[in-house]
Structures are given as C-alpha cells and as structure tokens.
Design a protein around this ligand. Structure first.
Ligand code: SAM
Ligand code: SF4
Length: 326
C-alpha cells in the first residue's frame, strides 16, 4: 500500500462518503422546512460504483472511511454495503455519522456487518427544543438508538452537538454533565453553510462555550478518542467520558486536513468549504479503468487548498451539507 500527500505535505488517508442527500429530519442549520431539491436517483452513485472508487482509494493509501449524508441510514441496502466495505482489510477505521433516528432498529445489523464506530448527532435533550431544531418529534427514537448502539458494543460513541445561541446553548452544561457517566460529547461551532431558505441560527464560539463550561470545574486536556479527527478533547474532574470541541470557524484545523469527500452524485471534493470538484461519476459510467479513477483522485488531491477562510465569511461551497456529508 502506498500513500498520497497533497501539495502542502498533508498525508491524505481519509475518505468521507455522502451516501444520499435524503434525510428524515430537517435541521434548521441544514435544510429549509420543505427540504431541498433532491439529486435525481439516476445521478446517485450506485453501491458498486462507490466500491470501485473505494477500491482505488484504498490502494492509494486511504485507510479511514466514514459514511454520512443526508441520513445514511435511510438509504436502502446500507447494511449490505457496509458488509462489503468491511471486507477491505486495509480500511482500519470504518465509521458512520447518523442522526440516530433509525439506529435502534439497525444498530445490531450494522455492528454485525463490520461497522466499527458511530457518531450520533443530538442537538438537544429536551423534546420541544429537539423538535424545534430538527422539525421532527423524534428525540425518544434517537435516545433509544444511542442506548442500542451502546448495547451492541459500539465504542467510543461520539455525540455531536452543534451549539446555537437561543436554541440549545442553555443545555451546554447538561450535555457536559453526561460525560461524567461516560458519554463523549463534541461541541461543534456552527458553520455558515445554509441552504437558501434555511433559518440562520446564532453562532457561539468554542471560547465562549469553554468559559460557560468552566463553572463545572477545570477542563483537563486528554488524549484524542479513536478516529483522531479534528476535535480537541478534555475531561471534567472525575469524568469517565470526554468533552470535545470542533472549531471549524474560530480555529480551523486545515493544517492537518487528511480528507477527501465523495458526494452522493459522485463528485470528489478536495475541501468541505470550496466549490472545486472532480467528476468521478462520468468517468465511472464511461467505463474508466482503475488507473483513470486513480488519476482523478490525484487531481482532487492536487486541488486541495491550503485552508478555508470561513472565519472571514468566505464560503464558496455551493452544495448543501446533505450532499457534502458534513
Ligand atoms: N444526517 C447525519 C447527521 O446529522 O449526523 C449525517 C449528515 S450531517 C450533514 C453530518 C454532521 O454535519 C452532523 O453532525 C451535523 O450536525 C453537522 N452539520 C450540518 N450542518 C452544519 C453546520 N451548518 N454547521 C456545523 N455542523 C453542521
Ligand atoms: Fe438531516 Fe443530518 Fe442535515 Fe439534520 S444535519 S437535516 S439529520 S442531514
């Protein structure tokens, strides 16, 4: 297995795949209430097409794959697809990001299929606020999904919380207290990527979150959890679990970016926040051999920018988050 690096000597070993742009929730920061214009089914990559891309990427040194969306668990056949992915012996970290709504019914099958880890998005512990943020009354399903994921042995489970003033900021301490009993909670700064018509909630910086959390005690830095993503991790005194901060806006982590993103319609994105993309679907459907796919992957790697400028309000990404995969 070889390895690839971009023009800034960053090793690229992580592929995030948006399996679908469909979703069973409508989070205020992600979608307008009526949803977004969906990619036609015929334009969505078929599983075997995704596998062709993964096969080449793994040969080039990718060893970390995450499935996202949209909501990856709404796509039919996802469990069988994961079973196929888990047969790649060079993928040592196979994970999925989900809103958790369907996890209760699918967790055992996902684990059996070889999925290693799940990250679950949960922005509120209060039924009414959860519904206000996601526009669906599904909090109980998500909490049941988290319990089931724990029961079938997923570990560590990371809970992703996008923090928004006036919506869930007043739950910061409640989420943090859950780490005492072993939850791993990651507070995410809201990124200004909205779809037209989506409500713009109010940003809270990690620095402000940190100050609020200090009322619970001194946060001690600790080693990163499995996956070694962009979060920095801390623990409250006596806590079994961790508090992570993901700071795409106030302190971006581009210098260690190791990822490429594959959209549901088969475009390879060098960066979450840039509009650059490389069209893999046309090549796949024109019968490109693995070498052709490899050249396109190298093209995307070469196009990786040094960093984004979201803190200065510059976001050239035109696609909705559901296609990009978060
Ligand atoms: N549906 C799945 C879920 O919600 O976990 C996977 C897709 S979602 C686009 C992936 C992640 O992106 C979620 O944790 C979500 O909270 C996060 N996300 C979406 N829009 C965001 C935004 N504008 N700023 C920060 N995080 C965002
Ligand atoms: Fe769906 Fe995830 Fe977007 Fe929420 S953040 S609308 S769950 S894709």
């Amino acid at each position: 297995m070889s390895g690839i690096s971009d023009s800034f000597q960053r090793p690229i070993n992580y592929l995030r795949i948006s399996l679908t742009d469909r979703c069973n929730l409508r989070c205020v920061y992600c979608m307008p209430p009526e949803g977004i214009t969906l990619i036609p089914h015929s334009d969505i990559l078929r599983y075997e097409e995704i596998l062709s891309v993964v096969r080449v990427a793994v040969e080039m040194g990718v060893n970390k794959v995450r499935l996202s969306g949209g909501e990856p668990l709404v796509r039919a056949g996802v469990v069988d697809f994961i079973r196929m992915l888990s047969s790649f012996k060079d993928i040592d970290d196979l994970s999925l990001t989900t809103n958790g709504v369907l996890l209760k019914e699918k967790a055992a099958a996902l684990r059996d299929a070889g999925l290693k880890r799940v990250n679950i998005s949960l922005d509120s512990l209060r039924r009414q606020t959860f519904e206000e943020i996601t526009r669906h009354d599904r909090l109980t399903d998500v909490l049941d999904g988290i319990k089931e994921a724990e029961m079938v042995g997923f570990s560590p489970i990371k809970i992703n919380v996008v923090v928004m003033r006036g919506l869930n900021y007043d739950e910061l301490l409640d989420f943090a207290r859950l780490t005492i009993d072993g939850w791993n909670v990651r507070f995410i700064e809201l990124m200004p990527i909205m779809n037209k018509g989506a409500k713009q909630p109010e940003f809270v910086s990690a620095k402000e979150m940190w100050e609020t959390l200090s009322s619970l005690g001194t946060l001690q830095p600790c080693s990163p959890l499995a996956g070694n993503g962009p979060a920095s991790y801390y623990q409250l005194p006596g806590a079994r679990g961790t508090i992570g901060f993901i700071t795409p806006v106030s302190d971006h982590f581009c210098f260690k970016c190791n990822r490429l993103r594959l959209t549901a319609d088969g475009k390879l994105l060098p960066c979450l926040l840039s509009s650059e993309e490389v069209d893999l679907r046309s090549a796949l459907r024109a019968g490109a051999p693995p070498e052709g796919i490899k050249q396109l992957i190298l093209k995307a790697v070469a196009a990786k920018p040094e960093g984004h400028r979201v803190s200065q309000g510059v976001v050239s990404q035109k696609r909705p988050m559901t296609q990009v995969g978060g």
